[in-house]
Design a protein around this ligand. Structure first.
Ligand code: PLP
Length: 467
């Protein structure tokens, strides 16, 4: 008889502390992100002890495919020796320097490398500690520039329903999923939200082209109603990630970009997920969608998640405008202790070497198989749509395939699929009635087949639960 899997409590953790002690310490002291009020500080989640390539090992010693690559970030895969070694070497050479008074070698080199990948002229970088602080920086820079340029009323920020931009106050205010706002305050006065560009949820009887026309017209009318002189920026994920891998209609981004340019509204592409190979290129804005944003925010895959680093690419012309303004001595009073961190930048440089040295090409080569393998799940009655691009995809479940109505929230179908898949050896990212997949870019065709087979079984078992 096969041995029963052990529980986390029976397995010793690292450093000789017993597994049940680790679980107890986590429950007693650790507050996990996105906790629910009734269990804050009392919920120890499944423990992961190790990782290698596309796999992680849980506390019970089971190997699981890391379907979401952590949180869309472990692009080069787990346990990459080159990344680990460069991190240690940089920490021994220079572990920290004040970014206010001084600069360092890795951040200068990385900035030039990133400028080489960004659209022409988007050639300056401000480094942060992650995606939220990158978005926050882009928005504060917009506010600062408009103050300096003598147009302090040009501050409204346009985002979209379904979007996700982070968890700091201003960035979180842009988020467009209801649960991000249900119990939280926000800087709502500064933000206007447009319709989510989700072709699957377009109004019945409307073509995708007509839906796209509607989305662009909605923005045009909003600019007219509010006044271009009051709108500072439009922010968009090229492919909405946490909102359910929403790939917008063709030309949507180009047309929104044009409206921004025509009305002197900054276009901020939030590429925290889509950059660094997730869509097969270092940045997706131009190489995948043919647009040239004024600013591009990034994080996550820049270090493959090995070090908390993010940043904003900023068009050089925006600095030129400030230099020519009447207030060329005004200070952009914004900085982080860990801006331009030498260790993070050194890891990012090595990560770029890995991406340019074949991983981008590999990601492009396997993405078709990835998309097709998951698309095949549409034959399951619970699945309404499988969509995606590059190495990001979403399986959306529906109550029935005629209406495509979403399932009742309390069914928690995403969590059910996740639970079954974990038993079978796969981590997925559940989103209410959806499951998101964004594996490490190192995944092979055979591993994609394994992943899709487990996901199919997990959905079938969930269908059995719901009978
Ligand atoms: N922007 C996007 C598109 C994201 O998906 C995220 C996080 O998932 C963020 C910003 C926030 O990044 P971080 O969690 O690193 O602050």
């Amino acid at each position: 008889m096969a041995a029963q899997p052990k529980t986390a409590d029976e397995v010793p953790g690292p450093d000789g502390v017993s597994g049940d002690e680790i679980t107890r310490l986590a429950e007693r002291h650790l507050v996990q992100p996105w906790p629910v009020s009734g269990s804050i500080g009392a919920e120890a989640r499944g423990r992961i002890d190790a990782g290698e390539g596309i796999y992680v090992t849980d506390a019970a010693g089971r190997r699981l495919i890391d379907g979401p690559a952590g949180m869309w970030c472990v692009n080069a895969g787990h346990r990459n020796r080159e990344l680990a070694e460069v991190m240690a070497a940089q920490a021994m050479e220079l572990s920290y320097n004040s970014p206010w008074y001084t600069t360092n070698v890795p951040s200068a080199l990385l900035s030039a490398r990133l400028a080489g990948h960004a659209p022409e002229g988007v050639d300056h970088v401000f480094y942060t500690t992650g995606g939220s602080s990158a978005v926050e920086t882009a928005l504060r820079f917009m506010q600062f520039s408009n103050n300096v340029k003598g147009r302090p009323e040009k501050k409204l920020i346009v985002s979209r329903q379904g979007g996700y931009h982070g968890s700091t106050y201003l960035a979180a205010s842009l988020n467009g999923r209801p649960r991000d706002h249900d119990w939280m305050d926000s800087a709502g006065d500064l933000v206007v939200k447009l319709t989510c560009p989700d072709p699957f949820r377009r109004p019945e009887g409307t073509t995708v082209e007509a839906f796209c026309d509607f989305l662009v017209e909605e923005f045009r009318q909003m600019i007219e109603a509010r006044g271009a002189e009051r709108i500072g920026a439009f922010i968009a994920e090229p492919v909405m990630a946490s909102g359910g891998v929403i790939v917008p209609p063709d030309d949507y981004l180009k047309r929104m970009r044009k409206l921004c340019r025509d009305n002197d509204i900054l276009f901020i592409a939030d590429e925290v997920v889509t950059a660094f190979g997730r869509l097969g290129h270092v940045f997706a804005s131009q190489d995948v969608f043919g647009i040239d944003p004024d600013m591009i925010t990034f994080a996550k895959g820049v270090t493959s998640g090995y070090f908390p680093l993010g940043g904003v690419m900023i068009a050089g012309r925006l600095f030129e405008e400030l230099r020519r303004s009447n207030h060329s001595d005004a200070m952009f009073a914004h900085g982080l202790t860990y801006s331009s961190h030498p260790v993070g930048c050194a890891v990012a440089l090595k990560n770029l070497d890995i991406l340019e040295g074949g991983l981008l090409e590999h990601a492009r080569a396997v993405s078709d198989h990835f998309q097709k393998s998951l698309k095949a799940l549409e034959d399951l009655p619970l699945v309404g749509e499988v969509r995606g691009l590059g190495l990001m995809a979403c399986v959306e479940c529906v109550a029935d395939r005629v209406s495509n109505n979403p399932l009742a929230l309390d069914i928690e179908v995403g969590k059910r699929i996740d639970r079954h898949c974990q038993e079978l050896g796969l981590l997925v990212r559940p989103l209410i009635h959806m499951c998101v997949m964004s594996p490490p870019l190192t995944i092979t065709a055979a591993q994609i087949d394994d992943m899709a087979a487990i996901l199919r079984k997990g959905i079938e078992l969930t269908m059995d639960d719901l009978v």
